[in-house]
Design a protein. Structure first.
Length: 268
């Protein structure tokens, strides 16, 4: 049994993502997986994982649909709650790239010690309704008499505790800038872990310099040349070439790739 007792997870993943041009926001990738896959992974301890939105290839997940589709978070919660069987419900958005199982455990622990509804607050103290936990029967009773469209109006009176979770698990991706930030965070984490594994001081890694170089090579030469160039850069540094010098020389070569290949072909 998980900390704080058994729970179901209701994940709202049927929004229209207007600020992302109508893209399938939960299906967009951050790192190696779609955001919705990461959220489902974070609640792997749930009795049931219920996704309210279009069906996706997510093994073991129950799907529900609000009526009408895209009708908003309150109808979506109502639809998801109909599929719930556990005494507690963790309510989540489908686009939380920083959410981990440990954050869900913190919510469950807060519910176990305080009783009642628990809502996460962000670093500005604002309630994040789509990262919260509620007694299922309390939610059902509240929904029975609620005619509004706002989660705040529904859930606000039910709060027993507010918690500030470690990290930024409440961060969602409403815009392309948000999505880019989340993807860069994955890159930061990978860089730190790779440096640790290889015994490299992360301070020696000029990430932006390398990314600019590989972007130049990918656009000016060919995509597969970018990772190969990064490897060659490492070899050059190992042989004693200053990284800045090596980057400058390779960047110049990439920018003049057309002329360089013409000369090479002519000479051959």
């Amino acid at each position: 049994m998980t900390i704080g007792g058994e729970y179901d997870a209701v994940i709202l993943a049927g929004g229209q993502a207007r600020r992302l041009g109508g893209l399938d926001k939960p299906g967009l990738s951050v790192g190696a997986r779609a955001m919705i896959e990461g959220v489902v992974l974070a609640v792997s301890g749930a009795r049931r994982v219920i996704v309210v939105g279009p069906e996706r290839p997510l093994p073991g997940v129950f799907f529900a649909r609000e009526d009408p589709p895209g009708g908003g978070p309150v109808p979506a919660l109502r639809a998801g709650l109909r599929e719930a069987t556990a005494p507690q419900v963790v309510l989540l958005a489908g686009d939380l790239p920083y959410l981990r199982a440990g954050h869900v455990a913190e919510l469950l622990h807060a519910s176990d010690t305080g009783g009642g509804g628990v809502v996460t607050v962000d670093d500005g103290g604002r309630e994040q309704w789509l990262l919260s936990l509620w007694p299922a029967e309390t939610l059902r009773r509240a929904l029975d008499g609620y005619t509004g469209r706002s989660l705040k109006g529904l859930l606000g009176p039910l709060i027993h505790a507010r918690v500030a979770l470690s990290g930024r698990p409440w961060f969602d991706c409403d815009t392309m800038d948000d999505l880019e930030e989340a993807r860069m965070n994955v890159l930061n984490e990978w860089t730190a872990l790779a440096c640790q594994e290889l015994g490299i001081d992360p301070a020696r890694v000029d990430r932006d310099l390398i990314l600019d170089l590989t972007k130049e090579v990918a656009h000016g030469v060919a995509r597969p040349a970018a990772p190969l160039t990064a490897y060659l850069l490492g070899l050059a540094e190992g042989a004693g070439t200053a990284p800045e010098d090596a980057v400058a020389r390779i960047t110049a070569l990439a920018k003049n790739w057309g002329a360089a290949t013409t000369e090479t072909l002519t000479e051959s």
